[in-house]
Design a protein around this ligand. Structure first.
Ligand code: 5AD
Ligand code: SF4
Length: 458
């Protein structure tokens, strides 16, 4: 019997990317082999995102397209995983009856068994969520060293950096209930993984050649606060965890995401000064620059408190490159409120930001708020915001001109090279360089664009 092939298509955040890896690994252990594309695979998994209406629409239109593919290939299985699956559950089948399996965010670890069940009972739904559970331990495969696979000329994917930079999930869920956000509903209650499981996973990755690890959680500041994470039952804060992970021999770079400013501790801020491998880069979503809007968003901090955090971070780590998330047009946002967001932008001068028009999500508190902002106003505000951010990003990037930065190589061409700085800036070189992905090289920056830098070898 030939092995069934699978293809996973991932939407949304890094958490989803990591979950897709987990499902892929689980499927490989279950006898499936990774296929080349969506249309030819025997099993297609869409790992979905529902953070904004647009993300969800993308999933629905792809599912519509897959209906036709499946008509011509009745043996094909279609599985919907992730946040849309969790949110919609069996309702998804009403609109998309050709879906074989709906698997929720906490159920991905048994994907192999669930698919077997769905073979005899197509339209199987597994979206049960638990309040308190041990996030299953699914260690990354102890495969041969990346360097050996590279030498053997293995796999196109290896020419990419992805194998040297990996995500490790340290916690799931969220207890914050920001008024606009679906995450508490799609990812459940906050729960932290055990310290030892995390350390072990990082070790396995680094031993196989990984150079950079990003620790993932919806709100990493509250790591270890809702359940016991140590053998002896003693507390372990997120900063403690960072110190422990940083001890892993051979780990060159450590990053993390995401933090809620409301419980960003001084201890965590000091980690940027005290842990050499912790990259001077911090994503600190502010969402809005108006106290009234922040209050209605249920963010639990004020603009002044946020600015104070920024000052302290820069005191501990003057190099730090800050980025943020912004929502424009939250219900009730006035022109004056929005001007507060623009002012904040000029005060903080972020290296970069992700900005979004507010999108109503079913089940969230804000979806019931009156005084919704019109689409036209949202679009205009988003454009104003983004064009100012682009100017600031360019000014920020120009500060690197003339400086020497250590980059980790990601891609090498005959006459070009792409790498990444500790501050998370992409640097392009337009010259022949003897280097391979995963190497660290010193480059001098001579040009800055809005989204990347140019450098030459020193
Ligand atoms: N509408 C628009 N943007 C949203 N985000 C979260 N929920 C919504 C929503 N309903 C944004 C926030 C968050 C980022 C991941 O997505 O800025 O930080
Ligand atoms: Fe999207 Fe949030 Fe789910 Fe990530 S956790 S996939 S951002 S809805």
């Amino acid at each position: 019997m030939t092995q069934r092939t699978f293809f996973v298509k991932t939407f949304g955040c890094q958490m989803n990317e990591r979950d897709s890896e987990i499902m892929s690994q689980s499927l490989s252990m279950h006898g499936y082999v990774e296929g080349m594309d969506l249309e030819s695979a025997d099993l297609v998994i869409l790992n979905t995102c529902s953070i904004r209406a647009k993300a969800e629409q993308k999933v629905m239109s792809l599912l519509g397209m897959l209906r036709k593919v499946k008509l011509a290939k009745p043996d094909m299985q279609i599985c919907v995983a992730g946040c849309v699956a969790q949110q919609e559950g069996e309702h998804l089948l009403e609109r998309m009856p050709h879906v074989d399996l709906v698997v929720g965010t906490q159920n991905i670890y048994n994907i192999g068994e669930l698919l077997d069940l769905a073979r005899t009972r197509p339209g199987y739904v597994a979206v049960a969520m638990q309040e308190n559970y041990d996030i299953p331990r699914l260690m990354p495969a102890r495969n041969e060293k990346i360097s050996e696979r590279l030498q053997a000329g293995d796999d196109v994917k290896l020419s990419k950096s992805a194998v040297f930079r990996k995500f490790v999930t340290i916690m799931q869920g969220c207890n914050n209930y920001c008024a606009y956000c679906v995450v508490p509903y799609t990812r459940g209650r906050e729960i932290s993984r055990k310290v030892n499981d995390i350390i072990e996973e990082v070790k396995v990755l680094v031993e196989s050649g990984v150079k950079e690890i990003t620790l993932l959680g919806q709100n990493v500041n509250s790591y270890g606060k809702t359940n016991i994470v140590t053998e002896n039952g003693l507390p372990c804060s997120f900063a403690d965890l960072l110190h422990k992970v940083a001890e892993t021999e051979g780990l060159a770079r450590l990053r993390f995401t995401t933090s809620n400013p409301k419980d960003l501790s001084d201890e965590l801020m000091r980690s940027f000064r005290d842990i050499p491998s912790l990259c001077p880069q911090f994503h600190l979503p502010v969402q809005a620059g108006s106290d009234a809007v922040l209050k209605r968003m249920n963010r639990k901090y004020s603009v002044a408190q946020y600015l104070d955090l920024v000052d302290r971070l820069r005191e501990y780590c003057p190099e730090i490159a800050l980025s943020t998330d912004i929502i424009v047009g939250f219900p009730g946002e006035t022109e004056e409120d929005f001007q507060g967001t623009m002012d904040l932008l000029d005060k903080v001068r972020y290296h970069g930001s992700f900005s979004f028009k507010y999108s109503d999500r079913p089940g969230t508190r804000a979806s019931d708020f009156s005084d919704k902002v019109t689409e036209e106003v949202k679009t205009a505000r988003l454009m104003r915001f983004q064009s100012r951010q682009d100017e600031i990003s360019l000014e920020r990037n120009r500060e690197y001109i003339g400086r020497v930065k250590d980059i980790m190589v990601e891609d090498v061409g005959p006459e070009s090279l792409k790498g990444r700085t500790d501050t998370n800036h992409i640097v392009h070189l337009h010259e022949h360089v003897v280097a391979k992905p995963g190497d660290f090289i010193d480059v001098e920056i001579y040009h800055a664009g809005q989204h990347s830098l140019k450098g030459k070898i020193v």
